[in-house]
Design a binder for this molecule. Structure first.
Ligand code: ACO
Length: 333
């Protein structure tokens, strides 16, 4: 059976930078607290009037051009985001309208920080089966429009940044390259350890003034519980995908973990035996850009020449849901 591979990459972050000191003007926090706990120094925030689909457009155009294609060559869009532009329809449809694309299928997925891993896995299976050839896979997030920038929301607000990453996936007959396999998991019993309670589809009107007064339209996180789950789940996903594909940790040339917290990344690298020089970290510059993080890291790693034709790339993520997963691929461009 043919494999799928990545033939074009792109990313975009909005120009406006928000430093930790800027946040400290809005809430009771400090550069020292944020850097020590997370490794984040700054993040980029989109201007008012720019949604996740607008951020995605820049990244998608770059990826399609990098693949040597035009919009007409794309057969399907998969858009991973936890910040859809509107409740419905999905951001993939909005992107389709603003790019524009023909009447190709446009699919949103909602797996938060693990969104890009799920999206690559779905695209891989569509391509391997021969159902279609070229899929635009996107992770894009406008977090800043929905964060509580007061002391009440400081535990979550300091973590996230806006941005978008995109890849074009295509078939290859060379089974020594492209996506070898992936592992995907979810554990819904912990859905409310990191979630957005409102608008809630089981209450009339979905959102009430009382819900807004309680700040339920802002994300809520039990950071310690999420942290406790993150490290073992990352490690499990890595060993599972290596076992499925018959590779060892020493074979991996580059590890791109989801960037939620540098402490998590360092502990995962230490426990799995990945040396620091093989681990990508850009959280200091962008914060947690959720579904956009891994494609941004992929694109930057290509630009830095850390990801080269023939590199064995391991990507893994853990996030709200709870969800986690990993994929292993041989880089082919
Ligand atoms: N500035 C200053 N103080 C703060 C801030 C802040 N921004 N936020 C919280 N604090 C305070 C707390 O109120 C608490 O005070 P207390 O001890 O008086 O109660 C103290 O700092 C310590 O808070 P903790 O939550 O225990 O801090 P911790 O060391 O656990 O770090 C963090 C918090 C960074 C959020 C950590 O728990 C974490 O990284 N969790 C995992 C996040 C993650 O992996 N998310 C998954 C991906 S995201 C996704 O899927 C969308």
């Amino acid at each position: 059976m043919r494999h799928s591979t990545i033939i074009g990459t792109g990313f975009y972050v909005p120009p406006n930078i928000c430093t930790n000191d800027d946040l400290a003007q809005m809430m009771d926090t400090s550069d020292e607290w944020i850097q020590e706990r997370t490794g984040i120094k700054q993040r980029h925030f989109a201007d008012d009037g720019i949604g996740s689909a607008d951020l995605a457009k820049h990244a998608a155009e770059m990826a399609i051009e990098d693949a040597g294609m035009t919009n007409k060559d794309i057969d399907m869009i998969i858009f991973a985001t936890l910040n859809p532009d509107v409740f419905f329809p999905g951001s993939a449809c909005i992107l389709q309208s603003i790019m524009p694309f023909d009447t190709i299928p446009a699919l949103d997925i909602r797996q938060q920080c693990t969104g890009f891993i799920y999206a690559v896995a779905i695209a891989d299976r569509f391509i391997r089966s021969g159902w279609c050839d070229h899929i635009l896979v996107i992770g894009a997030e406008n977090h800043s429009c929905g964060l509580d920038f007061t002391t009440r929301g400081r535990d979550v607000a300091v973590l996230f940044g806006d941005g978008a990453g995109a890849v074009v996936m295509a078939p290859t007959d060379n089974v020594d390259e492209g996506v070898f396999d992936f592992t995907l998991h979810a554990q819904g019993e912990f859905y409310d350890t990191l979630w957005l309670p409102a608008p809630y589809g089981k209450y009339k009107g979905r959102i009430t003034p009382e819900m807004m007064e309680r700040g339920e339209h802002y994300p809520k996180m039990d950071g310690r519980t999420v942290f406790r789950h993150a490290i073992p789940r990352f490690c499990e996903a890595i060993s599972e995908v290596l076992e499925k594909t018959g590779y060892s940790i020493e074979d991996v040339d580059l590890f791109i973990p989801h960037q939620a917290n540098d402490r998590i990344t360092n502990m995962v690298a230490q426990r799995t035996g990945l040396p620091k020089e093989k681990v990508v970290s850009n959280i200091a510059r962008y914060g947690n850009t959720t579904a956009a993080t891994i494609p941004i890291c992929i694109c930057e790693s290509r630009q830095d020449n850390r990801l080269k034709k023939g590199s064995l790339l391991l990507a893994a993520a853990f996030g709200s849901g709870l969800t986690w997963g990993a994929f292993l691929m041989r880089w082919s461009i």
